[in-house]
Ligand binder design. Structure first.
Ligand code: NAP
Length: 288
């Protein structure tokens, strides 16, 4: 693999924006792109890099990093990049998508001699801002070795989980835990409200004991104050839960946390709360 010194970044949302900033701080970022181009122009100006107007603007990159929304977005970006990147280049996908999407992306890029790593992340927007994400990688060890310096810009931990798709499989497991924790915390705090307990003493008291966790720590006080700015959009968790369910179905398994969370987040999205943080689940728990 050739050394990576010129990186492109596509998908400048809640996660991608700060991650691109860390790459710029390391002197690696050359060009940024986004579906809504104004976002790319604004960030490019702030970071002093180029804003892509077309896929060909990534042609000189050694590596292009993706952090876009859905499976179709990842595949579209990979098709575009397959037509412009030089053989020997690398595409790293940090989006959460199906394992099959990772396999399809890797295959279509391989036809053009371009390497691919599925590398979904966990750690939330706080992890992206602080550069402390856990990166779960599927792909080739030698390819990952060539990307370690790049990933260290925003990763606390990088783990090779297995061949292509193993990163997304790990992320699917991660999302079962994320959904279950959201269920427990939102339900518990709604119960606390119903009992008349004060948020300012309830949240830190719970957080200091065995019930403490990342989601309670980062979202407990805000959800009790009715603030649901993402964070992690409910519509994106619904997308992830559908991926998890398809994988569970393929194994003939049923998981109650996943099934309940699918019903709840579909309800939230249908009610118009899809752009709100996943902690908006407390809305349903209050109404129970
Ligand atoms: P987000 O805030 O909605 O950002 C997504 C960004 O990708 C937007 O700026 C969007 O452009 C851009 N985009 C989407 N499709 C594109 C395409 N085809 N070409 C170019 N740009 C495109 O979402 P996010 O929270 O950053 O999440 C991004 C991915 O990471 C998702 O797969 C999510 O599931 C995953 N993730 C999120 C978190 C979290 O805590 N937020 C944590 C781990 C993983 P527009 O400006 O046009 O919308």
């Amino acid at each position: 693999m050739k050394p990576i010194s010129r990186v492109g970044f596509i998908g400048l949302g809640a996660m991608g924006g700060p991650m691109a900033g860390h790459l710029q701080a390391k002197g690696l970022l050359a060009v940024v792109g986004n579906r809504t181009p104004e976002k790319a122009v604004a960030l490019a100006e702030t970071l002093g890099v180029a804003a892509a107007k077309a896929p060909s603007d990534f042609s000189g990159c050694d590596a292009v990093v993706l952090c876009v929304s859905m499976d179709a977005d990842v595949l579209q970006c990979c098709r575009d990049l397959a037509g412009v990147l030089a053989p020997g280049a690398l595409v790293i996908d940090h989006s959460t998508v199906a394992r099959e999407t990772a396999l399809t992306a890797a295959a279509l890029l391989a036809e053009a001699g371009i390497a691919f790593l599925d590398a979904p992340v966990s750690g939330g927007v706080e992890g992206a801002r602080n550069g402390k994400l856990s990166v779960m990688v599927g792909g080739d060890a030698e390819v990952l070795a060539s990307a370690q310096e790049l990933l260290s810009a925003y990763a606390l931990r990088v783990t090779l989980m297995g061949p292509t798709g193993a990163g997304q499989a790990t992320k699917a497991v991660n999302q079962v835990l994320v959904a279950g924790i959201a269920q427990a915390v939102c339900e518990g705090l709604a119960f606390g409200e119903a009992l008349g307990l004060k948020p300012e003493s309830l949240v830190p008291t719970l957080a200091a004991g065995a019930a403490g966790n990342w989601f309670l720590d980062k979202r407990g006080a805000t959800m009790m104050a009715d603030q649901f700015t993402p964070g992690f959009k409910s519509a994106l968790l619904l997308k992830d839960l559908r991926i998890v369910q398809a994988m569970a179905d393929a194994l003939g398994r049923h998981y109650s946390v996943v099934e309940q969370s699918l019903v709840d987040y579909a309800k939230l999205v249908d009610a118009g709360y899809g752009e709100e943080d996943t902690s908006a689940l407390i809305r349903l728990k209050r109404a129970n």
